[in-house]
Design a protein around this ligand. Sequence first.
Ligand code: GLC
Ligand code: CA
Length: 569
Amino acid sequence: MFRKLIASVLLVIGFCFTSAGGHAQGQVADAEGRQWWQHAVFYEIYPRSFADSNNDGIGDLNGVTSKLDYLRDLGVDAIWLTPCYPSPQVDFGYDVSDYENIDPMYGTLRDFDRLVSESRKRGIRIIMDFVINHTSDQHKWFLDSKSSRNSAYRDWYIWRDGKGPGRPPNNWLASFGGSAWKFDPQTGQYYYHFFYPEQPDLNWRNPAVKKAMFDVTRYWYKRGVAGFRLDAVDTLFEDPDLHDNPIRPGTNWQGLPDMINKYNDKLPEVHEVLKELRKVADEHGAVLIGETWTGDIEELKKYYGEHGEELEMPMDFMFTTVNKLSPSEFRRQIAKVESSGGWPVYVLSNHDITRSYNRYGDGQHNDAIAKLMAGLYLTLRGTPIMYYGEEIGMENNNPKRKEDVKDPIGRLGWPMFKGRDGERTPMQWNDEPNAGFSRATSWLPVSPAYPTHNVARELQDPGSVLQFYKHLLALRHQNGALLDGEYVPLNENDPNVLSYLRRYKSEAVLVVLNMSAAPHKVRFDLSSQNLSSATARTLLTTRRIQPQEASLRELSLEPFEVYIAEISK
Ligand code: GLC
Ligand code: CA
């Protein structure tokens, strides 16, 4: 509430944030206190795979800049760039060796500045990915840290004695395989890594680490960045006494004991760091998005902070665990996040999660289902984060042979788990070789679906997934109820059709999603909502011919239809 008030006051006095670098961040909130990110559509770009400007087979920042008109026309307001800092690329950029530069394979700081300024001209903000849990083992801090037990940076990482020869300090397992401890023969101690051994965890209990990392955020704010997506925040802290983690019966994806990360995941200290990071972000009108793998709503609530003083946008990944078209499951998940009191953040997939096209598609109606899923997460109350290519119905292209796998965990997990290459393949721009992504062979193979699923072709086809996204995003941007309206579930016992209202002041928008392959008839009684009208005025449907109106007493739906309409009093 207090933040809301301040925001409105700032608006009234014509506040316009200008950072030290001279990059205006633009208006912070609207007249009703809504922050810019609450009305924004975010779009995740994996820069290696978006557009290759210099034809070396790897996407780059100038490639992204060259596609800004496309993104503006699509209806994107903010781009989250996954890491493009200098990196040995063991984890494709999530192993950062310098937080204040751009990897030459992606371009230069000047290219980055141009991306920011060209984006701003089109009303698009840039969000950087901030890998705060760990650095690369090639970062100068770690190189110094491992050089001797007395080095200035020794305590920037987590070094411990083993329990004896060949015996690590405790039983913790790395989420990317094997023990979470790696022995360093030179100094005779182990260091801790939650991910790959090439990604040593920073010691967030050391105030010098905190200061250095906070300064990194200031550096990018000055370059005009509008916020950060915080990588792997769950695992910032570890139990200082290194208690062994409990083990469950069974094995994990690697055939190792199935461990509960009780002592190295979601420790309460994380929240102290987030509160402080947030204060720095607030000084710059910036937003913080969290990679928050919460198991239940109580955990998610904690990330917003008791008084909303932590992450504005913790991602709700529980939503992505509904891997079937189940109205009741989605209703349950939506109700949960609605009950959190925070502003929901919806995601369908990302560079770590199999594309939604494959997860929900039935192999027969995949395009219709892609539109259905858009109809869901782009009309809910909250901020959606799209993943590049979702808007053209891009599918996973998983490696066929182990020797083709680029993502190291895919080689470790083969054939059970083939890694994350499949969801990271090049964006499909047209039907030219390499889907127009590059004139060179691309670092990952383009999906064989590119002749039918590409931007150029879908722009020509009024019935394409892309056109549906464009219409829906345009509607969302100008409709008060879709932007700000309360979420009111309807017909909650319907096993096939998910329906809800978005209510804002005197406006009401009805969203009806037929999640089944059969046609259905639905009926709405909105009298309890003080809406007496028996008809709805169509705003958007997936039908070829849009009815202008429909009866609420008997609304006929095609298989997988999305029906969005305005209801008057
Ligand atoms: C996050 C990233 C993932 C990366 C991991 C380690 O989960 O999204 O891609 O491998 O952190 O940095
Ligand atoms: Ca390139």
